[in-house]
Design a protein around this ligand. Structure first.
Ligand SMILES: *Cc1c(COP(=O)(O)O)cnc(C)c1O
Length: 387
């Protein structure tokens, strides 16, 4: 029995297959066609589709307690908060349901901190091309082209500068500025790394000027780049960090992470019905425990290096452009091909790969992807790119 698609709100252009089953790096549609999945729920399924540890956590916690309201403490909430504090070197954790919600929390917390410690400063400097979510405030924070004047009136209090231009940040800081917010690698823009030197300089600048540094690690966190957090490559510690996507290994889970001194919400400032619910938090614990293992992160590094070498070889062979990214978040710049068309051809050929820009393909496989699967992806991609 096939359900009709007529009542699914049209919010994006979806291809016709209806997905019914996933296992590891593979996904099946309802006609039984199999796809090698290098999208993975949008860099969400850190451990692949339906991994045993997530299934076990869901069933064990589901038997015990699914929800008890955020008005009460629960054990998985406390365990996940402790794990994230340990992994980040920060102190206070608020669990929530989506990346946008985590970033809204980060914006609110920065404004609260500005009200208390910086004479009411509220403005946040963000980057051209950045993506921070789809709520009104996070859309205003984002530097996505075309988003400047949709859904007016816009939430104000964001100032945009070009990524990588430290002088522009320094010049934009005023008495109204409370924070700088950025992604260590711009994911939705097409995988553009901020660069370790720039992150270090930005960290020093924000400290010197007495403002906060907010790292949006929603795409780069949870092992995606080969370290637990993307900022760790630069050896810095931001004041506020947000995670989402990979944190739940496929279930909706995100977190706002703050240093002790910055964590200044008063009772009533922040909340939400499903926040810190034990079922999702238990899954988050299982994912974080799996990903934080040194040997797991080493495998992300080595498979990332392998993927990059294979993509570079393909690019050299076929005359395409650069390969950007780190770990298992990479993009290939195409020359003379429309990435959307290549992505559509790949779907027909049984490969899921995303086109974040008309000239780039993005690769965000499960962090558990194997070399054989990377080889298979290259085969399917080569066919999809045509002669
Ligand atoms: C996906 C993403 C978000 C938004 O997360 P949602 O869970 O879709 O709300 C925010 N920032 C970055 C960097 C992202 O990649």
């Amino acid at each position: 029995m096939s359900a009709s698609l007529d009542h699914v709100m049209r919010i994006t252009e979806r291809p016709s297959p209806v997905m019914v089953k996933g296992a590891g790096s593979w996904l099946w549609d309802r006609d039984g066609k199999r796809y090698l999945d290098f999208v993975q729920g949008w860099a969400v399924n850190a451990l692949g589709h339906s991994p045993r540890v997530v299934l076990d956590a869901l069933s064990a916690q589901g038997e015990r307690l699914i929800s008890c309201s955020p008005a009460y403490y629960n054990e998985p909430m406390a365990r996940l908060a402790a794990l994230l504090a340990q992994a980040s070197g920060l102190d206070q954790i608020f669990l929530c349901n989506s990346g946008a919600e985590a970033n809204e929390g980060a914006i609110k917390l920065a404004r609260k901190w500005g009200g208390r410690h910086r004479d009411g400063a509220y403005e946040i400097i963000t980057m051209h091309g950045s993506f921070h979510g789809r709520t009104l405030a996070t859309m205003a924070a984002s530097g996505k082209p075309g988003w400047d004047d949709i859904f007016p009136p816009k939430v104000h209090g964001f100032r945009k500068v070009p990524l990588g231009d430290l002088g522009a940040v320094a010049a934009a800081i005023s008495s109204r500025t409370v924070a700088v917010m950025l992604e260590p690698i711009q994911g939705e823009a097409g995988v553009y790394p901020a660069g370790d030197d720039y992150l270090r300089a930005l960290s020093a600048l924000t400290k010197e000027r007495g403002i906060l540094l907010i790292a949006d690690e929603i795409q780069t966190g949870i092992g995606r780049t080969g370290r637990f957090f993307g900022f760790q490559h630069a050896g810095i510690t931001p004041d506020i960090v947000t995670v989402g996507k990979g944190l739940g290994g496929g279930v909706p889970l995100a977190a706002l992470i703050a240093s002790g001194p910055v964590s200044c919400f008063e009772y009533g400032d922040q909340g939400g019905t499903f926040n810190g619910n034990p079922l999702m938090a238990a899954v988050g614990c299982a994912v974080v425990e799996a990903v934080a293992r040194p040997e797991f992160l080493e495998s992300v590094v080595s498979n990332g290096t392998y993927l990059m070498a294979r993509l570079r070889a393909l690019a050299a062979e076929q005359g395409h452009g650069e390969v950007r990214g780190r770990g298992l978040l990479q993009a290939l710049a195409l020359k003379g091909k429309d990435a959307k068309k290549v992505s559509a051809a790949a779907l027909d050929n049984g490969l899921l790969v995303n086109a974040p820009r008309p000239d780039s393909l993005r690769f965000m496989p499960a962090l558990t992807v194997s070399r054989d699967e990377i080889d298979e992806m290259l085969k399917l991609l080569t066919v999809s790119l045509g002669a």
